[in-house]
Ligand binder design. Sequence first.
Ligand SMILES: [Ca+2]
Ligand SMILES: [Ca+2]
Ligand SMILES: [Ca+2]
Ligand SMILES: [Ca+2]
Ligand SMILES: [Zn+2]
Length: 377
Amino acid sequence: MDGRRPYILCLAAFLLLAVPAYAAGRTNYHVSGTFLYYDHEGRIRPAAAVTARIMDRDPSPGDKDDLLTVVETDSEGRFSAEFTAQEYQDIYIVFVADNGTWRVVDSNEKTFMWFTPVIWDVCKDDAEVDFGKQTIGHNSDDLGERHNVGAMWIYQAVRRSAEFCNERRIALTGDKGIYTVIWTDVDNATYSSGMRTRIAHNHAYQYDVVIHETGHVLMHAHSAMPSGSGGRHRIDRAYNRQLAWAEGWATFYAACVLFDRGVNDADLPFFAGGVSVEHIPPRFARGDRNEMRVVGALWDFYDLNNDGSDGVSIKFSAIFKALAASNGRPIADFESFVMLLVSEIDADAGTVRAMHAALRHNTINYSMTKMMKARGH
Ligand SMILES: [Ca+2]
Ligand SMILES: [Ca+2]
Ligand SMILES: [Ca+2]
Ligand SMILES: [Ca+2]
Ligand SMILES: [Zn+2]
């Protein structure tokens, strides 16, 4: 296997000398273990949905290591592979931050990988190979630089996002191919473009920010980004409607992934200093040119917690259907989306009134007549 090797679990293992094996027959192997990592608060977590390449080391110069088989770690980080091969394989695992749907790479586009020690000369009698617990990022700092565990934090945030989609039979990446997340060398600049997200070096632990970015990818993959929605901005100010809609969607999506619909507060841990999507602070600009007002309205459409004049609840899959119904054309702004949503869910008059009230509760005033008309009755 070529490429940069950011971390070797046990360098010493490579220094052992292999004993040449003669007259080897074929045997059945069972290779298993658990891949774990330390999160940014020092808790051990399963490294789920990671590709585990079971390899045979061939230390002679010019001899490339052989791939024996490939499996994916399960929700507990466990992997288990059964295969038949010649006896006396020298087995190690390469864990790869790429499962064919998303991947995490460094600034040089090298996929992050982690290596176990080699178990040499596995023969018939010990063809049950248990790698036990392989844990990366011990005593990791906030930046996640130790063992490059920050790349795993990002990888697992994307997994949460993909799982939320899978449970609703939505493909995070649509038919757009692999989603690439770059854990960059640069601080403070996190943004997405098409099927690519750049995560600032110092943002790896901010899982709500990473999931917000996957919300942009979901919009790109199933609808399109409205033009004029990019650029730097401050979250509490009013900007153009396109930007407020695109950013509002992404933050609303992050809240859906992270919180149950019934919670009475939904405080994002890191995004915008821990802002609540249920109770938007009064200092935020009013109306649909502020992204958090859009988030607040979308969240009240969705949640089951009646606050103020919010008395509506629409399932995520219905809200998503309205987004996807745009069929690759961008939805210009939040107002256009609300009209699409009213039509998509075939809302009765009572639901339209409840949506209208939830919008007003979030300082957004759209024409009730227009909303009623949008139903297509
Ligand atoms: Ca070998
Ligand atoms: Ca609310
Ligand atoms: Ca609600
Ligand atoms: Ca609410
Ligand atoms: Zn954004």
